[in-house]
Design a protein around this ligand. Sequence first.
Ligand code: ADP
Ligand code: MG
Length: 409
Amino acid sequence: MAVKTLEDLLADGVEGRGVLVRSDLNVPLDDDGNISDPGRIIASVPTLQKLADAGAKVIVTAHLGRPKDGPDPKFSLAPVAAALGEKLGRHVQLAGDVVGTDALARAEGLTDGDVLLLENIRFEPRETSKDDDERLALAKSLVELVGDDGAFVSDGFGVVHRKQASVYDVATLLPHYAGTLVATEVEVLEQLTSSTERPYAVVLGGSKVSDKLAVIENLATKADSIVIGGGMCFTFLAAQGVSVGNSLLQEEMIDTCKKLLEDYGDVIHLPVDIVVAKEFAADSPPSTVSATEIPDGTMGLDIGPESVKRFTALLSNAKTVFWNGPMGVFEFPEFAAGTKGVAEAIIGATAKGAFSVVGGGDSAAAVRQLGLPEDGFSHISTGGGASLEYLEGKTLPGIQIISSASPSS
Ligand code: ADP
Ligand code: MG
């Protein structure tokens, strides 16, 4: 069955109705608690705007970070409520709790077009509980806030791979719809897995090797080239018997990488030169070495210029590109050239008509931080883990549940 969309909900009528929206507002905060990249807030605006404009009583639920033991002011959504209000051009109330007395009182006081943000849903341990009953109980409390004729809009793409109360269980209780963000993301991912125009190039980097091996496994038979940089390339280099010094290395993954290189050696491309430094620090002097001659006592923090050149050649004629994970520690300007170079190659391919998708929070942040044009890519995804799991061929619980029939329709 097809997923119902926000347009379907608007057609059903929302004026005066309570609508619960699960958004992904999990933005990075700097040491002073300021939002360092508002990308996810901006991406959440269209759905909320349309609902508020149509006169819904909008109740937004979202998480921020990973609070450990209940409410913690460090993880309050207060700065997010302020930023969201600014982007929406209307006041966004913040409830002092998740589903407690303050949230209930505020929900009851909403008038048409009002927007209420509930406090960090992960202040409630039941949100992420493995116990179905515990999650369902929290979902019921969320449903109480929007009332009997309420609706649920799933718009937090970054969390749809999680079976959590505000993502999965609420959808079992309310008529449910995909928000515009989730609908767009799924459409884009479909395009990356079926009817893909070739050559298809996949660019992988970042720090979490283990997260990305399953994607390589799944895309190796679909892609024409898989280009690997970032922290994860060192486990592959180690699998080739190269000494990688103090570079990021996941030893328990070396065998898996060896196997991938055996099976897909003609598809996988590794860097040929590396920018190394003695410390993991912005001011540690960089030097470029051959990928097979990383000196002891140094660590690889970026791919080198010759690698950028080779990767660019592979990317220049691609018709489809998926990029996840920076090529180096782009947060340090001396080690950002690899990420910038590869991003520019993807932008070049896009200008020539390629369909390009950037997935991953840090990759998207890199695009903005390096001053690259966001519209140089066909799509910048808001969900790293979710897009990776989709590309691995996994079923995403949050998508599966909104694809099934609504409980009361
Ligand atoms: P994404 O969020 O795009 O999926 P990841 O979270 O996997 O990406 O990885 C992003 C992080 O990887 C960045 O903070 C970057 O500094 C780090 N990184 C990239 N290359 C290296 C490297 N060679 N050594 C250590 N960290 C790296
Ligand atoms: Mg990341």
